[in-house]
Design a binder for this molecule. Structure first.
Ligand code: DX5
Ligand code: ZN
Length: 215
């Protein structure tokens, strides 16, 4: 069964407590938390105080996805705010290997996100140090975008890389996930599905989370 991580970016920010409680009561496994700085991506979402507020109500691990430049500067701050997994973008990390060690030394799981244009082969030398690869299936910056079909072949390629090196990294798919593409993604090798708009635009988000879980 896949790990389901609803993305709080698509939630009603005026009712965050209610939205987090909904996720607590659902079949979701993690809460996906998107941090955008307006530099690495052309959008600004929210930062550390909002994550602290989410953490106060969350009964599930926080899967924090940093879409920021120089993420290494904030590893400890996000740990203190309540991140359980901290994911940095490969494209934003000059010293990725060092940053992964920093994240793990702080007591979190270490994730690496790759943009749609980034080749899976660039993970070859760090895959043993990675707990989670967040494969972007849209260009990061906004929720509600259309899923990029090329993702399937990248998932298959990544699965092969992981198996060849006997890495324990999970494959997470982020962007445009819905009930049509969930099953083929899992069949291709995905372990974690992030879903934002698809879940929160529904009148019954818990039901959709349940359906994604059992797809
Ligand atoms: C995009 C974010 C995603 C986003 C997914 O930059 O990283 O996590 O919230 O939202 P949907 O599922 O609406 O594409
Ligand atoms: Zn994300």
């Amino acid at each position: 069964m896949p790990i389901i991580a609803p993305s709080i970016l698509a939630a009603d920010f005026a009712n965050l407590e209610r939205e987090v409680k909904m996720i607590n009561e659902s079949r979701a496994d993690w809460i996906h938390v998107d941090v955008m700085d307006g530099v690495f991506v052309p959008n600004i979402s929210f930062g550390i105080p909002v994550i602290e507020a989410i953490k106060r109500h969350a009964k599930k691990p926080l899967d924090v996805h940093l879409m920021i430049v120089q993420p290494e500067r904030y590893v400890e701050a996000f740990h203190k705010a309540g991140a359980d997994t901290l994911t940095v973008h490969l494209e934003a990390s000059t010293h990725l290997h060092r940053t992964l060690q920093q994240i793990k030394a702080a007591g979190m799981k270490a994730g690496v996100a790759i943009n749609p244009h980034t080749s899976v082969s660039l993970l070859k030398d760090t895959i043993m140090d990675i707990d989670l690869v967040c494969m972007m299936s849209v260009n990061p910056g906004f929720g509600g975008q259309k899923f990029i079909e090329h993702t399937y072949s990248k998932v298959i390629e990544l699965k092969t890389l992981i198996e060849n090196q006997q890495s324990k990294a999970f494959i997470e798919i982020d962007g445009g996930v819905n009930l049509q593409n969930a099953k083929p993604l899992i069949d291709a090798g995905a372990d974690v599905l992030v879903a934002g708009n698809f879940v929160f635009s529904s009148s019954d988000p818990k039901e959709l989370i349940q359906r994604l879980k059992h797809v």
